[in-house]
Design a protein. Structure first.
Length: 314
């Protein structure tokens, strides 16, 4: 009985570990890579190494693609690359936690726009109120850089677009679409990084840290999410994953000394509450269109479930 009681904490610890690894990887990139190769170069090495790791793991050349599938994967990958690039560009001038909270508005919007339940207007109001506290709309918000906010909003739009295009490619084997999508993302962002940082990308320090960031931000979180998904419903998975903005803000405070004021913490809490509320109601709308569950969960779920099935067969 005691062992069973403790095992109930495993999914929570796995998701907490996943979002913590994502935060650690991004904080490490901002601290160590931004001064060397800038946001553009950081995006290039992180996405490039992530793509290489997944290509070697999944070997997508084993499967064939139709012309329509090539287009869908290309659009999905390009949106993924632009999401990463826009997000890292935002991190140059605004705090990590705030950038994550603003970026969350993209997938949250996709989830809520597909819903028709009156209660979902509560989540819309919470999300809008949270964004209103964060965005410099004609008033001072602790001197948030407008360019950084715009890049974070661009990341939100790109993330929403990535979800829509990802749905079009969701009929493919998950490892096939994700590995090729990341390869396409690398084709989009690596030239930008090379144009900005040039030969600096080949520095042993940059390559070593970039590989470490890719591992911490991709391989480990996906593995931990697999552990959680085996033990949780998608609804619970979505609610727990909504911790990410708060975890990001706390890690940024500890590792990067990025301090937020009370209004900014309240805004992050509102956006998290909107994401959790959307996740809670999603289970009752399984049969609807894109966004029938929280956007981040919906896109990742097909991929994670496929990996769970593969691991169980192996």
């Amino acid at each position: 009985m005691s062992l069973h009681r403790y095992s109930s904490f495993i999914p929570l610890l796995a998701i907490l570990g996943s979002v913590t690894c994502l935060g650690l990887g991004t904080s490490w990139a901002k601290h160590s890579l931004f001064p060397l190769v800038g946001a553009q170069g950081t995006t290039a090495v992180r996405v490039g190494f992530s793509a290489l790791l997944l290509l070697l793991f999944w070997r997508p050349w084993r499967w064939q693609l139709s012309r329509a599938d090539v287009r869908a994967v290309a659009l999905y990958g390009a949106a993924l690359g632009l999401t990463n690039l826009s997000f890292y560009m935002a991190l140059r001038t605004i705090p990590f936690g705030i950038a994550v909270a603003i970026e969350f508005s993209g997938p949250l919007a996709v989830a809520l726009l597909a819903s028709r339940r009156p209660l979902d207007f509560v989540w819309v109001i919470l999300a809008v109120a949270g964004l209103a506290l964060l965005l410099p709309l004609g008033h001072d918000v602790s001197n948030l850089d407008p360019a950084g906010v715009l890049f974070a909003l661009a990341a939100a739009v790109c993330w929403a677009t990535y979800i829509v295009f990802g749905k079009r490619a969701s009929h493919l084997h998950a490892g096939h679409s994700v590995s090729l999508g990341l390869a396409m993302a690398a084709l989009v962002v690596v030239p930008v990084g090379v144009a900005h940082a040039g030969a600096g990308l080949l520095s042993p320090t940059v390559l070593a840290v970039g590989l470490g960031v890719a591992l911490i931000s991709s391989a480990i979180p996906i593995s931990l999410e697999m552990v959680a998904l085996k033990r949780l419903t998608p609804q619970a998975f979505g609610i727990m994953s909504s911790m990410e903005p708060a975890v990001a803000a706390m890690l940024a405070y500890i590792l990067l000394d990025e301090r937020l004021d009370a209004a900014q913490w309240l805004a992050i809490a509102m956006i998290m509450a909107a994401s959790m509320g959307s996740a809670y109601m999603a289970q009752r709308m399984k049969g609807s269109a894109v966004g029938s569950m929280p956007a981040r969960v919906r896109v990742m779920l097909d991929y994670l479930l496929e990996k769970v099935k593969l691991s169980q067969r192996g």
